[in-house]
Ligand binder design. Structure first.
Ligand code: GLA
Length: 394
């Protein structure tokens, strides 16, 4: 069972019970939650100053918290069944990349931005699968930010807090991600995906039409290689920009590159770098096109854009994998499916399909066994609706 915001009520109950168990039940703790996200389209475009179209989902990070009267941050993780603490005054970047580092990293980012911090007892729980491309880390960062903002008496500023979350991840945890995940987890509105311009940080809410269901397809595959491959892709994009700037000084990011300019500059580029750019340049036009297709209810067009995006990520950006290719192929074979693609950084994790709403369940019932017959991994399919960003539950 879930509440109106899509949060699993049993999950909330478990997190609260763990809090009482570990930190005592004298005074009631508060609860902050922040959603994971599925990116509908615009993959590997955020760090190229481009467009993305993510949607916050009902799977969330939960932070149950109570202020302390000292400067200790003491946390218990339900997933890792572990309790650890750090001193707020001893935090320095880079920190670590274990679960507590996401919480501590946000406290560090608050401090470095001159925002108030207080010692806390926290229980960290959630149902965003870890490492599956649904942004469990951004969700934890934003739930932590929401908790720290509440304790510090700050007005909630979702855009600022998305940036604080990204700073924690880039500088404290050491993962050089773009702004998409933190943004989706911070600013999303109930019932709507969000079209984000990663340069201006302007957003436009994009309702998902009633006739369509968004289905997350978790392949069950997890790849540790994702971090270094991600950094390689970023570096390739930067090399292309450095070269094209010599032809057109107005180019500051791949966002500014037209197919014509790329063609003109191609001889001076490493062939692999050229391939990477040949993904990013057209991919960057897809979020706006998909937002328009969703707005006009042209689900065929929206689905086609998703398929094109997948093929480009597979063949040009080379961040897909056997499991993602297979699950999206099986999805596309279903008559109820408009289109399917991998979502997030890639190399495993989840794909996403746009499906006829009245046949979403049947779609899941068909795709899962067909996939499992070929790949023996703990795969999972679930339809999801767009939910609101980080919030307090009181
Ligand atoms: C990860 C990063 C995002 C984005 C995607 C790829 O999810 O955290 O910033 O770059 O990969 O689109």
């Amino acid at each position: 069972m879930s509440d109106t915001t899509g949060i699993d009520l049993a999950l909330l109950e478990r997190a609260r019970a763990r809090f009482d168990e570990h930190f005592g039940a004298e005074t009631a703790p508060r609860v902050a939650v922040a959603p994971g996200r599925v990116n509908l389209i615009g993959e590997h475009t955020d760090y190229n100053d481009g467009f993305v179209l993510p949607m916050a989902i009902g799977r969330a990070a939960v932070v149950v918290f109570r202020p302390r009267d000292d400067r200790t941050l003491r946390g218990h993780s339900v997933a890792f069944d572990e309790t650890k603490s750090v001193e707020l005054d001893e935090l320095s970047a880079p920190g670590g990349d274990d679960w507590l580092s996401y919480v501590a990293g946000v406290a560090w980012a608050f401090e470095s931005e001159g925002l108030p911090t207080t010692g806390l007892d926290v229980v960290v729980d959630g149902d965003v699968p870890i490492g599956a491309g649904l942004s469990s880390s951004a969700a934890l960062e934003l739930a932590t930010a929401r908790a720290l903002a509440a304790v510090g008496g700050l007005d909630w500023d979702p855009v600022r807090m998305a940036k604080v979350g990204q700073k924690a991840e880039n500088q404290y945890v050491g993962m050089n991600c773009g702004i998409m995940d933190q943004f989706a987890s911070a600013v999303s509105e109930d019932g709507k995906a969000v079209l984000l311009d990663c340069r201006s940080l302007e957003t436009r809410p994009v309702p998902v039409p009633g006739g369509a269901a968004v289905v997350v397809m978790d392949t069950g595959a997890r790849r540790s290689l994702a971090g270094s491959a991600y950094n390689d892709r970023r570096a390739a994009c930067e090399r292309v920009v450095a070269h094209l700037t010599t032809l057109d000084p107005s180019v500051a990011a791949l966002r500014d590159v037209t197919p014509q300019l790329l063609e003109r500059g191609k001889d001076g580029l490493d062939p692999t770098d050229l391939k990477r750019a040949r993904h990013v340049v057209p991919e960057n036009t897809r979020p706006v096109k998909m937002a328009e297709a969703l707005k006009s209810g042209d689900l065929q067009a929206a689905g086609q854009l998703m398929n094109d995006s997948h093929y480009s990520l597979r063949d040009l950006y080379e961040v897909s994998c056997e499991e993602l290719d297979l699950i999206t192929e099986i999805a596309r074979e279903q008559p109820a499916c408009y289109g399917a693609r991998m979502t997030g950084a890639g190399f495993g994790g989840c794909a996403v399909a746009l499906v006829r709403a009245d046949r979403a369940e049947e779609f899941c019932d068909r795709v899962l066994p067909a996939y499992k017959a070929k790949i023996d991994l703990p795969a999972e399919l679930f339809p999801c609706r767009p939910v609101a960003g980080a919030r307090l539950l009181d």
